[in-house]
Design a protein around this ligand. Structure first.
Ligand code: SAJ
Length: 423
C-alpha cells in the first residue's frame, strides 16, 4: 500500500485544480473540493472553468478514469492540500477568512496520521496558527514532533508548501519547479517532503514553515520591486525624451544587469498583492517594498493621464484600447491595470472607446455599461485613429506595420517599436 493513497484538494481555482489533476494522474485518488457548486459541477463533467494550456485534456482524462472526483465538502483523506485565495482587504491587510474556513471544513474528517498542507500565499506564522487551530478544536489530535512520540495515536503533520507556478505554464512548472517545504516541526517537513517527491521533478527543499512562507512572499515582492524600477525608469526617460526600451536593451547587455520591462502597472492576483503581506507584518522595515507598490500603482494613473491627453488632442477620434487582461496571452483580468485604464477611458469617452481582448469571449459588463464597444482587432484598427496598447498579446505583436501606420499610439508595453509612440 503506498504511503499516500487519497488526497483532498480544498479549492479548485488556478492552483488547486491543476494540482488536483496532476496528482490524480500520478496514481493517487483525488477529491477536489470547492464550495462553489458550479465549479464542482463543471469539473465533475470533465471540463474546466479557467483557461490554462493543456489543463482541459488532463482534467477530462482523470475525471473519466475516476481518479479525480469532486465534492462541495471534504471527505476523509491521507493528505489535505489547502489552495484557497488569500486576498487583501481595503486597508491592504491580509484576509485569511478563506484559509480559516478551509481548515474548519476539514476538522470533522481529519484523522491521526493525516497531513495538512497549506499552499495559499500567507503571512509569516499562518501555518503555525493553523496547527494551533486544529489541535484547539480537535484536542484528540496532536502534531508530530521530532524525536520519540509517546502518544499511542499517530500524529498529524502540518506544513507549508507555496505554489510558485506561472499562469500560462502551470502544468509544466508544477512538475519541474523546485518546491520549498516547511513543516511546523521537522517531522512535519519530512512527511510533506515525501509527498511532494511523488510528483515533483524539481528539488523539494526543506525549511521551516515560517521561512517557507517568507520565501514565497520574497519571490513576488522581489519581482514587484524590480518592475517598479523599470516603471520609474520609464517615467524618467519620458521626461528627457529618451526611448526607455533602448536604454533597457543596452543596459541589459551588462553581464550583471537585468532590468525588467515597464508596463501599465502590475496586475494579477499575486505580485500586486503579496508584498502587502510583508509590509503589513513589518511596516517600519519594509520601506522599499511599500514605495515599489506605490510606484507601480502610480504608473497606471499616469498612463491614464497620458492617454487622456492624446485623446483630448483629437476630439473626434475613435480610440482602440488593446488588451484587458493582467498580462499577455491569459484570460485573467484580476487586478488588471489594463482593465483599470480601459475603465477610466470608457467612463470619460463612452462609445469612442473600442475595446479589443482576444482572450475573452465576453467583455466585462461594467465597460459596456459605460458605453464602450467590444470589437475585433480588425474592426478596431479600421475604425480608430488612436490606439492605447495595454497588453502585449501575441495577436497584437503580429499586426503588420501597414495596418497600424495610421494610428497615433500610446504603447505601454513597447511592442510596436517600429513606429513613433509614447510609452
Ligand atoms: N510585469 C511587468 N513587467 C515585467 C514583468 C511583469 O510589468 O517585466 C507585470 C505583468 O504584466 C503583470 C504582473 O507584472 O501585470 C505580474 O506578471 P508576472 O508574469 O510577473 O507574474 P504572475 O503574477 O503571473 O505570477 C507570479 C510569478 N512569480 C514570480 O515570477 C516571482 C509566479 O511564479 C508565481 O507563482 C505567481 O506570481 C503566484 O501565484 O504567486
Amino acid at each position: 500500500m503506498p504511503e499516500f493513497h487519497k488526497v483532498a484538494v480544498i479549492g479548485l481555482g488556478y492552483i488547486g485544480l491543476p494540482t488536483a489533476a496532476l496528482i490524480a494522474s500520478r496514481g493517487m485518488q483525488v477529491v477536489g473540493v470547492d464550495t462553489k457548486e458550479d465549479v464542482v459541477r463543471t469539473v465533475a463533467a470533465g471540463a474546466i472553468h479557467i483557461s490554462e494550456p493543456d489543463l482541459d485534456g488532463l482534467v477530462s482524462k482523470v475525471v473519466s478514469s475516476g481518479a479525480l472526483t469532486t465534492a462541495t465538502k471534504p471527505q476523509p483523506a491521507d493528505i489535505f492540500i489547502i489552495a484557497v485565495p488569500t486576498p487583501i482587504d481595503r486597508d491592504n491587510r491580509p484576509d485569511l477568512t478563506m484559509v480559516e474556513a478551509a481548515v474548519d471544513s476539514i476538522l470533522e474528517v481529519l484523522a491521526p496520521g493525516n497531513v495538512v498542507i497549506l499552499e495559499s500565499t500567507s503571512p509569516i506564522g499562518t501555518t503555525e496558527r493553523i496547527a494551533e487551530r486544529i489541535v484547539a478544536r480537535r484536542p484528540d489530535l496532536h502534531v508530530g514532533a521530532s524525536g520519540k512520540d509517546e502518544s499511542p495515536d499517530e500524529p498529524i503533520h502540518v506544513a507549508y508548501c507555496p505554489e510558485r507556478v506561472l499562469p500560462g505554464r502551470i502544468l509544466t512548472e508544477l512538475i519541474n519547479n523546485d518546491r520549498c517545504i516547511g513543516g511546523v516541526t521537522p517531522a512535519c517537513t519530512r512527511r510533506a517532503q515525501r509527498f511532494y517527491k511523488t510528483f515533483v521533478r524539481g528539488a523539494c527543499v526543506a525549511t521551516t514553515a515560517r521561512a517557507a512562507e517568507l520565501v514565497k512572499l520574497t519571490e513576488n515582492a522581489f519581482r514587484d520591486v524590480n518592475i517598479a524600477f523599470a516603471n520609474e525608469l520609464s517615467l524618467i526617460c519620458d521626461r528627457f525624451g529618451i526611448n526607455v526600451w533602448e536604454v533597457i536593451d543596452i543596459a541589459n547587455r551588462h553581464p550583471r544587469v537585468n532590468v525588467l520591462r515597464p508596463g501599465p502597472g502590475v496586475g494579477g492576483h499575486c505580485i500586486a498583492v503579496d508584498p502587502w503581506f510583508i509590509i503589513d507584518s513589518a511596516p517600519d522595515l519594509a520601506r522599499v517594498m511599500r514605495i515599489s507598490r506605490e510606484v507601480n500603482n502610480d504608473k497606471t494613473r499616469r498612463l491614464i493621464k497620458q492617454a487622456e491627453a492624446l485623446i483630448d488632442d483629437h476630439p473626434y477620434a475613435s480610440v482602440a484600447c488593446l488588451g484587458l487582461t493582467f498580462k499577455a496571452n491569459v484570460d485573467d483580468v484580476r487586478e488588471s491595470p489594463a482593465l483599470e485604464v480601459a475603465h477610466a477611458l470608457a467612463a470619460k469617452y463612452g462609445s469612442r472607446i473600442k475595446v479589443v481582448e482576444p482572450n475573452l469571449r465576453r467583455p466585462p459588463p461594467a465597460l459596456i455599461e459605460l458605453g464602450a464597444c467590444f470589437v475585433t482587432i480588425d474592426e478596431a484598427l479600421r475604425g480608430s485613429e488612436i490606439a492605447i496598447l495595454l497588453v502585449d498579446h501575441d495577436e497584437f505583436k503580429m499586426i503588420p506595420l501597414a495596418e497600424r501606420r495610421h494610428l497615433d499610439v500610446v504603447d505601454s508595453r513597447g511592442i510596436w517599436l517600429d513606429m513613433p509612440t509614447r510609452t
